[in-house]
Design a protein around this ligand. Structure first.
Ligand SMILES: [Zn+2]
Length: 111
């Protein structure tokens, strides 16, 4: 599919992916906040599970639970944010930029 600048007609067009970048970062931040909550409950659960193995088990179990909870939350948030940002790029934002005149615009969907 040939895409032309709607202003100068140039075919030197590049994708901007702004929404995906921004939303991906926001998603990671939000996910990390969720991950912190996950880390807390993870450390509680880990400590409880480790309690059978004594004080060392409590420490190791708590740490493992905290790390796992934080990682899971951050990764899930980043993926969700990036997916949402891609939708924004496609449907809402000016996702194309002309490299000749700098004009930004978006593809008019054929549907
Ligand atoms: Zn142009």
């Amino acid at each position: 599919m040939a895409t032309e600048c709607s202003k100068c007609g140039s075919v030197k067009i590049r994708f901007r992916h702004q929404g995906r970048k921004v939303c991906g970062s926001v998603g990671i931040a939000a996910g990390s906040a969720g991950g912190a909550a996950g880390a807390w409950s993870g450390s509680q659960a880990g400590a409880m599970a480790g309690a059978f193995a004594g004080p060392v088990g409590i420490t190791v179990g708590g740490l493992a639970g905290a790390v796992f909870g934080a990682l899971a939350g951050g990764a899930a948030g980043g993926v969700t944010g990036a997916r949402f940002g891609s939708e924004l790029d496609e449907r809402v934002l000016d996702n194309l930029e002309c490299q000749d005149c700098g004009h930004t615009f978006r593809i008019r969907s054929a549907q």
